[in-house]
Ligand binder design. Structure first.
Ligand code: CO
Length: 143
């Protein structure tokens, strides 16, 4: 089963408490907005890399923080390096994150929505060096 087949079939099976997002060889995320239904106790992000470039060249992860924490987390992540998935160890500003993946890989993260407050501005981004400026989006609680 190819990754693309998995991605498209999951559209039909999608519940309200998960989302599929692609990180591509073109250094983009496939969506810049994620809405979390407030009825979800947990939320799952499935990150799919449909490209062919390896993770040391075009690696992607999905990192969720408050909007004001993006810059600091991204800067500290670059210093932490690839071995740490470009995130400072035990960074309390990170609400949820996946590992870094390369072309042809997928990963996911599930987190408790109790960590999110309505009205707060959350952003997600890729912490691979140089990617956060382009690979980013907003996450909001939707009622
Ligand atoms: Co990236």
């Amino acid at each position: 089963v190819s990754l693309l087949a998995l991605a498209s079939s999951s559209v039909w099976a999608a519940d309200q408490c998960s989302v599929d997002i692609q990180g591509t060889d073109q250094m983009t995320f496939s969506t810049d907005k994620i809405k979390v239904n407030e009825d979800c106790k947990q939320f799952t992000v499935n990150l799919i890399h449909p490209g062919t470039l390896p993770k040391n060249v075009m690696g992607h992860n999905w990192v969720l923080t408050k909007k004001d924490d993006v810059q600091g987390v991204a800067t500290d992540g670059i210093a932490a390096g690839m071995d740490k998935d470009y995130l400072k160890e035990n960074d309390s500003r990170v609400i949820a994150h996946t590992k870094v993946i390369g072309g042809g890989e997928k990963t996911s993260v599930t987190f408790d929505t109790s960590k999110l407050k309505k009205g707060e501005d959350y952003e997600y981004f890729c912490s691979f060096p140089g990617h956060a400026a382009i690979m980013k989006g907003t996450l909001t609680i939707d009622d």
